[in-house]
Design a protein around this ligand. Structure first.
Ligand SMILES: CCC/C=C/C=C/C(=O)SCCNC(=O)CCNC(=O)[C@H](O)C(C)(C)COP(=O)(O)OP(=O)(O)OC[C@H]1O[C@@H](n2cnc3c(N)ncnc32)[C@H](O)[C@@H]1OP(=O)(O)O
Length: 310
């Protein structure tokens, strides 16, 4: 392949940047000790990979207000963290991925609402809360780093909202899913109704699942495209998700993050708008050293390119 046009861009050559270069490497945990959350646990199982665990196992990882807030904060910080290139999201503890919204927390909210007489003021409180919860879920989508959701056992209500905002979904054989909102008397309002039909590509099935709130198991989730891989056990699931995230973290962050940005954008734009956006983006990104290094590494034998942090 003719690479002179790349050299003419005046970028560094692959030799400077192949594996074994002296680019400094920081692990997320040692470099950034400020990821301290009450409801989430973060670790770094591999270089540039962050494992986020929902961490309320004694409440089946149900979403209380604190968890909604911390989730949004966590993903918005990972978006900006150059030591993070790919994320695994799982439920901590052996029992379930998540039991959905914390119903005790909702009852507390009911008591708070009881103190307010006026419907207009009650409505304003709800508006703020729903927006907060919507933004929390959308933070996965807004984060440029790919998110691999790893689901075991129950994934109920808000759990489905959460995983449909992830990029890739894996699960263990024992996983089951339920868009439970209708059965607690509400229309789902933090993402499932928007994202699930697009994820599974069937309005008919999505509406059936949302209207009936029926449970569906891992085999059906895989058959309809909600899940792209099923593992026999939870340990295998986490291993598989970390392996995938590690593979993604080894690739050019300019390329991977640009790909996510454009695929998310293209979900609710026309093909032409998507093409316009990627053209604008690649006007800059094709001048990145990542492009040159990746192309040259693909021509060399077995050498893995090393990419600078982003
Ligand atoms: C503005 C709002 C936006 C967001 C909306 C989101 C909506 C939703 O998420 S709708 C779905 C709400 N969740 C549920 O309805 C799930 C209720 N729980 C269950 O169905 C079962 O607990 C489950 C199948 C998840 C697990 O069953 P398992 O037999 O394994 O456990 P249990 O013995 O039932 O539960 C153990 C203890 O956990 C408590 N618990 C379960 N779910 C919740 C929850 N969602 N919130 C708070 N606490 C929960 C359960 O009461 C047991 O407590 P204890 O008796 O004190 O041990």
């Amino acid at each position: 392949m003719e690479l002179n046009f790349l050299k003419s861009l005046g970028q560094p050559t692959v030799m400077n940047n192949l594996a074994g270069s002296s680019l400094p490497v920081r692990s997320l945990c040692s470099a950034n000790t400020s990821y301290n959350f009450e409801t989430l646990k973060l670790s770094s199982p591999a270089e540039f990979v962050v494992h986020v665990e929902l961490n309320r196992p004694d409440r089946l990882n149900a979403f209380n207000k604190r968890m909604w807030i911390e989730l949004g904060e966590c993903f918005s910080r990972l978006h900006d963290d150059p030591d993070c290139r790919a994320i695994v999201l799982s439920g901590g503890g052996a029992k379930h991925f998540t039991a959905g919204i914390d119903l005790l927390d909702m009852m507390k909210l009911g008591a708070e609402l009881g103190e307010i007489d006026d419907i207009g003021r009650k409505a304003r409180l709800f508006e703020g809360l729903i927006k907060l919860y919507q933004d929390s879920i959308s933070s996965l989508e807004r984060c440029y780093k790919p998110v691999v959701a790893a689901v075991h056992a129950a994934c109920v209500g808000a759990g489905v909202d959460l995983i449909t905002a992830a990029d890739i979904r894996y699960c263990s054989r024992d996983a089951w899913f339920q868009v439970k909102e209708v059965d607690i008397g509400m229309a789902a309002d933090v993402g499932t109704l928007q994202r699930l039909p697009k994820v599974i590509g069937s309005q008919s099935l999505a509406r059936e699942l949302c209207f009936t709130a029926r449970k569906f198991k891992s085999d059906e989730a895989a058959a309809c495209g909600l899940i792209s891989k099923v593992f026999e056990s939870r340990d295998d699931l986490i291993r598989g998700a970390v392996e995938l995230a590690t593979e993604l973290a080894g690739k050019s962050p300019v390329a991977v993050q640009g790909t996510k940005k454009n695929m998310v954008y293209s979900l609710d734009h026309t093909n032409q708008e998507g093409l316009d956006q990627i053209r604008e983006m690649n006007m800059a990104n094709l001048q990145s050293e990542d492009f040159i290094n990746a192309v040259m590494a693909s021509q060399s034998k077995g050498e893995k390119p090393v990419f600078a942090k982003l």
